[in-house]
Design a protein around this ligand. Structure first.
Ligand code: AMP
Ligand code: ZN
Length: 494
């Protein structure tokens, strides 16, 4: 079965096939680096990461590009306010974004930066002017004449037929109802950054950045363009208008939009005090894996309500999966195979694939793995898992984790890193006791613990109980409880 995805352009779920061969060319709008990334941003970025991982698991080659918007109205304004260059202003936030992405398990796509493509952007505007689609105003700015693109509104399904020709809007983000000629290029303002180019001095508009960089990297027509739902209008509508009026070819085939995230039932806003960056949550002691799990637990087109209760449950879910894997890898099983377990593993793989093929139904895929864990745990308790059942069960977990990426226990080192980042951001005081405790009891990864436990077993086998006790004490210091039972040694985190 092929992946079926919702396409905002057709407003329908369609079968997804790449335009060319077996390679998916996809572009996702990246962050505007004027602040730290919040969990809403990461809901969208993780949805795109999931899509990328699932396409790869489905056998496609992926060329995935993401831009970093390192010049726009807010950046220019803030840089001028702080008396620094645009690059100095954005460097810190770009670095933070890339660090956060690693922390939350996002595989890095090919990154392109707006400020590194200014020349190409100016040339693009020059071509639009040549075709009579763009025009220059007296101050040296350039606008896109939307009357020249009759399909304007086709993505957002807005009817702009009654709009006033020549009315202009020059900000990067604007009201949903404004169908106006939009700025492609803005003339310099005193005290603000600008670049000298073939069309004169100035700086690109935000929409232009994505058209130019996506086509440069992926070609004039490519498979999929992604972003949060707020980008449908005007950003993506404008990208389509600029690109298609220049090339006379369809720009992106599929339009993928993630629904906005709510926090405790409300729109996230600084004013309501429910605005959280990824770092804020880690500083409060929440694990990156719990955050990732929660952000993937609701399919990308459904409303996700982020709550602290949900975050706690997500932590329990991840723990349950990790413990199950540990049980499989550390246990001793009788020889042979239990056909029920073999088919459970195979069915689970099928159910996960069917769920994700269905417009990335992540909730159902997670449901499938938990059903497997429930049944296999029950089989454990009655001793009916056999040696040959372990590899297929592990492989189902592995397939799950190729997409969800929460099983590797690297939360401790990641959280420690956030503690170390914090002082440089002047936020030392915000480190919670919960984070300190989490870092303490997660300083060892599963692999570290496993190797110490293996050393304990070896020591006990040679009746060196002193060495075994010393290892056990070391583990206890790191917040790991070791239980020695007649079936062997088991451990868990405090
Ligand atoms: P920005 O840095 O504002 O350009 O946003 C980066 C990405 O995050 C874009 O794809 C936005 O659509 C997306 N985004 C912003 N806020 C939210 C939210 N509350 N929920 C989901 N996605 C969001
Ligand atoms: Zn974009």
């Amino acid at each position: 079965m092929a992946l079926r995805l919702y396409n905002t352009m057709s407003s329908r779920i369609e079968e997804f096939h790449p335009l060319c061969d077996n390679e998916v060319r996809m572009y996702a709008c990246g962050p505007t680096v004027y602040d730290y990334g919040h969990i809403g941003n990461f809901r969208t970025f993780i949805a795109v990461d999931l899509l990328h991982r699932f396409l790869r698991q489905s056998g496609y080659k992926i060329h995935h590009v993401m831009n970093i918007t390192d010049v726009d109205d807010r950046i220019i304004r803030n840089a001028a306010r702080d008396g620094v260059t645009v690059q100095q202003y954005t460097a810190k936030y770009e670095k933070a974004f890339l660090e956060d992405s690693v922390m939350i398990g996002i595989e890095q796509p090919t990154i392109v930066r707006a400020t590194e493509h200014i020349r190409e952007m100016a040339e693009f505007v020059a071509k639009l002017v040549e075709k009579g689609i763009a025009y220059r105003t007296e101050d040296g700015s350039y606008y896109f004449r939307i009357a020249k693109f009759p399909q304007y509104g086709k993505l957002s399904k807005k009817d702009f037929s009654g709009m006033q020709d020549g009315a202009r809007v020059d900000v990067d983000e604007y009201d949903k109802d404004s169908a106006r000629d939009f700025a492609l290029w803005k003339a310099p303002k005193p005290g603000e950054a600008s670049w000298d180019t073939v069309i004169g001095p100035g700086r690109p508009g935000w929409h232009l950045e994505c058209s130019v960089m996506s086509m440069q990297e992926l070609g004039e027509s490519f498979d999929l363009h992604a972003g949060g739902e707020d980008l449908i209008f005007p950003h993506h509508e404008n990208e389509i208008a600029q690109s298609e009026s220049l090339t006379c070819k369809p720009f992106a085939h599929f339009w993928f939009h993630a629904r906005f995230l709510l926090v405790e039932g409300e729109k996230m806003s600084k004013r309501l005090g429910n605005f959280f960056t990824l770092r804020d949550l880690v500083l409060k002691g929440h694990k990156p894996s719990s955050i990732r799990y929660l952000l993937t637990s609701v399919p990308y087109r459904n409303q996700l309500n982020f709550t602290f209760d949900g975050l706690k449950q997500a932590a329990v879910s991840v723990e349950r999966l990790r413990n199950f894997r540990l049980r499989l890898t550390a246990g001793n099983f009788p020889a042979g195979a239990n056909l029920a377990m073999q088919s459970l593993a195979a069915e689970t793989v099928d159910r996960m694939r069917t769920a994700l093929d269905d417009d990335l139904n992540t909730a159902q895929a997670q449901g499938a793995i938990f059903e497997m864990v429930r049944q296999a745990n029950a089989a454990f308790d009655t001793g009916s898992i056999k040696q040959d059942d372990v590899p297929p069960l592990l492989s189902a977990l592995q397939r799950f984790d190729e997409i969800f990426a929460v099983l590797d226990d690297d939360d401790g080192p990641k959280m420690k890193q956030v503690m170390e980042w914090a002082p440089t951001e002047g936020r030392e005081k915000d480190i919670s006791d919960e984070l300190r405790e989490a870092v303490r009891s997660n300083q060892l990864t599963d692999a570290d613990i496993e190797s110490k436990v293996a050393a304990m077993k070896a020591a006990r086998a040679s009746r060196d109980f002193k060495a075994s006790d010393a290892l056990r004490a070391k583990l206890a210091d790191a917040g790991i409880i070791v239980e020695i039972t007649k079936d062997g040694i088991r451990w868990r985190r405090k």
